[in-house]
Ligand binder design. Structure first.
Ligand code: AMP
Ligand code: MG
Length: 434
């Protein structure tokens, strides 16, 4: 007998056979807490810090830029010259300042210094007139006094990052700009949080691994590859436990091994009704079940709970468990909308909101109220700059090519019914820039 042992009071308000996506996300949020970092923090070099989560605030050890410098190629001078000038300013060029080759003498009144972008501002100079605005004859220049304001075209020391101030906060996922920023501070190593370890496997007697011949009725296991890729992109550590047969003993041993090895266990297949489904039963004996059905499509059968590596619930080491559906598209939709946030939270990253864009649907969409649907869309911008979207065609949850063809999910909210052509919908693009 399968019984529901709710992990949280939240689930009690809903039909566990049709939990709204938002409610499921809220329950997962309550359980997916940042991993304790005791002894888990690592120090890594910059190149290895990419996509890792900072364990500590990074305090800037220097001012960036470290000195006042020119933002333009032009001529540096004291802005006081502007106040005393009439319409035209005339100055004599006393020398040249290059980036990395400063001009160290102080120009006298009536003098300026030819200066290149990034060069140290010469002593007594606080203003730069860009070269295009100047007429040069021999060693003297002329320009309109109104062409520049005192203090203009100078980058101030510390204007990018001030010494002693936090440059990046703990919980930040280190991206391309952050690596450059850390390097600009002269920092060679940073403290990062230990990665979340995720063990994953596929279930199904019909599954074959790539490299094996297909027999009648069998198919290749694609979910493990999709999962591997999605997990790697999130920066977690992966443990691949392969294909597990549809029998209680195999599944139980896989779940135990996975729970022992990982912080999170993800399986695909074997959670739907009618299948040789031991997953839910096992979850009840190895741990607690929070829910096993979500009002979403694709992805309705989805088990979430906590497993223990010991002989019974509460014994040994715990791991969160996501029993994803077997259908390949459902695996991806449930991963991105249910699992992703949990893994990021456990990794200690600050919240990473998915980008949602309003788009006009160029076709009518069939949608049943009472569940959230994630259809595969192809979004484009029209000549007026507006986003428009169409589906990839048939939306079967086994059609993995629809994911490859699509560039976004079309998210149709729980209460929404059919969409007319021309109606606005929310889309979540697959690609982020950085
Ligand atoms: P299940 O949830 O186990 O009933 O699986 C639902 C459907 O997804 C079935 O048609 C399975 O053959 C298919 N499926 C399950 N696991 C995989 C997998 N790892 N790779 C590709 N298809 C799968
Ligand atoms: Mg199966």
């Amino acid at each position: 007998m399968i019984t529901l042992k709710p992990l949280s009071g939240c689930v009690a308000h809903y039909d566990p056979n049709a939990l709204p996506v938002e409610a499921a996300q809220e329950i997962v949020r309550q359980w997916a807490l940042p991993l304790a970092q005791d002894g888990r923090v690592e120090r890594v070099s910059l190149f290895d810090a990419l996509d890792r989560v900072l364990a500590e605030d990074v305090i800037s050890p220097i001012d960036v830029p470290a000195f006042d410098n020119s933002a333009m190629d032009g001529y540096a001078f004291s802005g006081a010259a502007l106040a005393s000038a009439r319409e035209t300013v005339e100055l004599n060029v006393a020398g040249v300042a290059f980036a990395g080759q400063p001009f160290t003498a102080q120009p006298t009144d009536g003098q300026c210094v030819r200066i290149m972008t990034g060069a140290l501002m010469p002593p007594g100079c606080d203003t730069v007139i860009q070269q295009e605005l100047v007429t040069r004859e021999g060693d003297s220049i002329r320009f309109a006094a109104a062409a520049v304001r005192s203090g203009q075209n100078r980058r101030l020391s510390g204007e990018d990052l001030a010494r002693g101030k936090p440059a990046l906060r703990a919980g930040r996922i280190v991206r391309a700009s952050d690596l450059g920023l850390l390097a600009s501070l002269g920092i060679a190593e940073v403290a990062v949080k230990k990665r979340v370890v995720v063990a994953f496997f596929s279930t199904g007697d019909e599954l074959r691994s790539v490299g094996e011949p297909l027999t009648p009725g069998s198919l290749y296991d694609s979910n493990r590859y999709t999962l591997f890729a999605m997990l790697r992109r999130l920066g977690v550590e992966t443990v691949d436990l392969g294909i597990v047969r549809d029998d209680r003993a195999s599944l139980e041993s896989a779940l135990r091994r996975a729970t022992e090895a990982a912080d999170v266990v993800i399986s695909s297949g074997g959670v739907s009704v009618g299948d040789a489904d031991f997953t839910r039963e096992l979850m009840n004996s190895l741990g607690d079940v929070a829910f096993w059905k979500i009002a979403m499509r694709p992805g309705r059968p989805l088990a979430f709970g906590r497993l223990w590596s010991g002989e019974r619930a509460g014994a040994g080491k715990p791991a969160l468990f996501f029993g994803l559906p077997g259908n390949p598209v459902a695996v991806m939709a449930t991963f991105y909308f249910i699992v992703r946030e949990a893994l990021l939270a456990m990794s200690g990253a600050t919240q990473q909101t998915l980008t949602t864009i309003r788009a006009r649907s160029d076709e009518p969409l069939k949608k049943r109220s009472g569940r959230t649907e994630f259809q595969r869309g192809i979004a484009t911008r029209d000549d007026a700059g507006l986003w428009r979207v169409v589906t990839t065609g048939p939306q079967g949850s086994g059609v993995l090519s629809s994911m490859s063809e699509a560039n976004c999910f079309i998210v149709l909210e729980h209460d929404r019914a059919d969409v007319d052509a021309g109606d606005e919908v929310n889309i979540v693009p697959f690609d982020g820039l950085i």
